[in-house]
Write a protein that binds this ligand. Structure first.
Ligand SMILES: [Mn+2]
Length: 373
């Protein structure tokens, strides 16, 4: 065996290699890190950054958007020049409630980073660097050490993306929006900022049905006052629900039926072709998540409905509560060559009789049992 290899294998740590290990910056996990010192650290950096880049996670949800837009509004009002990074392709998916504020307040959104250098980067609602948009991740990797990174997040367990003293991480809040609200000076939260923060909390909590923490309700009440709009109105505009959607959702939820499958609680609801008009658009997600996040705590939600675009009855299975972790893909495949994600699948129901939805439920239940769910 070559001497070098031999020495590598048999090497014992010397005193200098131990010192090296101690000095080396080991990757640290995101743990609760929200002391008063961290909060004031964060606010100081937020207040000082002259032209920061603000970035959020890929495929941003309402919480990420609400938090990043609220922060941009706050900094802009103080005379700073924040830039929000959002890929061009995401622009079409930004809910109107946010789009209007970006336009009305003239917030700067950038789609590229190439060539630009930023002294400060503020990350929001992003669990780890694998959830950053590619250009942002690349820039942070290349500029390692020279960029001042700040992180505001409510996901624990992933790797830190900023130094611990610049990472405000807390799971005592519902959302990044709530966390940001908790550090901003109350008298500097404008109506537009409040609308964004409220929308962020309502999106992550599905209208306060999920992840509600000790102070969430109080903060939502404060934000409703500052925003001059209720959480219900916010939920409706976030989900882009029409009046017809709201009526249908309410009716559908009332008639939902719960049954048991191999120890899992499955709640189902059926919506027929006759119930749907041109005024219905986004009712399905509202029905499904309001059932899923309800106090009944079903593990599986089955929605059977007429798909007005595909002109066929379809079914959707979604996992909630104890059902999280189930894989419905084999079931969707078996029913009618359907598919999707493990916990959320769709499939055609060519033999569905809207007058007898229970028969379809039996068929789906059989398929679920057969795939040993
Ligand atoms: Mn979030």
């Amino acid at each position: 065996m070559p001497v070098l290899l031999q020495s590598l294998i048999t090497r014992r740590p010397t005193s200098s290699s131990i010192a090296f290990l101690r000095l080396r910056k080991l990757p640290q996990d995101k743990i609760e890190n929200s002391s008063a010192i961290i909060r004031s650290n964060l606010l100081r950096t937020i207040n000082r950054a002259q032209t920061p880049l603000l970035a959020i996670h890929i495929r941003p949800d309402g919480d990420a958007l609400g938090a990043v837009i609220a922060l941009a509004l706050y900094q802009k009002a103080r005379g700073q020049e924040p830039k929000i990074f959002l890929p061009e392709k995401e622009m079409a998916f930004i809910p109107n409630i946010f789009k209007k504020i970006i336009e009305k307040k003239g917030l700067e959104v950038v789609h590229e980073i190439a060539g630009q250098s930023y002294q400060d980067v503020i990350l929001l609602d992003t669990p780890g660097s694998h959830r950053l948009e590619e250009p942002v991740r690349k820039m942070l990797e290349e500029a390692s050490g020279t960029v001042n990174i700040v992180d505001i997040d409510h996901h624990l367990g992933e790797k830190l993306m900023a130094p611990a003293e610049k990472s405000l991480v807390s799971a005592k809040v519902s959302s990044a929006s709530e966390l940001l609200f908790s550090i901003l000076p109350q008298d500097q939260v404008s109506q537009s900022m409040a609308r964004c923060l409220l929308a962020g909390i309502i999106d992550d909590t599905t209208n306060l049905n999920f992840m509600v923490k000790t102070e969430t309700r109080t903060r939502v009440k404060q934000l409703e006052r500052l925003a001059g709009i209720s959480k219900e109105e916010t939920y409706v505009s976030l989900r882009a629900l029409t009046a017809a959607d709201q009526d249908l959702s309410a009716q559908a939820i009332k008639r939902a039926v719960t049954t048991s499958i191999n120890g899992y609680k499955m709640t189902w609801v059926a919506v027929s072709q006759e119930e749907l008009t041109d005024h219905h658009a986004n009712w399905r997600r509202a029905v499904e998540e309001q059932i899923g996040f309800s106090t009944q705590k079903p593990d599986i939600v089955l929605v059977m409905y007429y798909d007005t675009k595909k002109n066929v009855y379809r079914g959707g299975l979604k996992a909630y509560n104890n059902g999280e972790g189930l894989d419905f893909r084999p079931v969707a495949k078996a029913i009618s060559d359907g598919g999707g994600h493990p916990g959320a699948v769709g499939f055609n129901l060519p033999n569905h009789d809207p007058k007898n939805p229970a028969a379809t439920v039996d068929m789906v239940a059989k398929a679920l049992r057969k795939e040993s769910i």
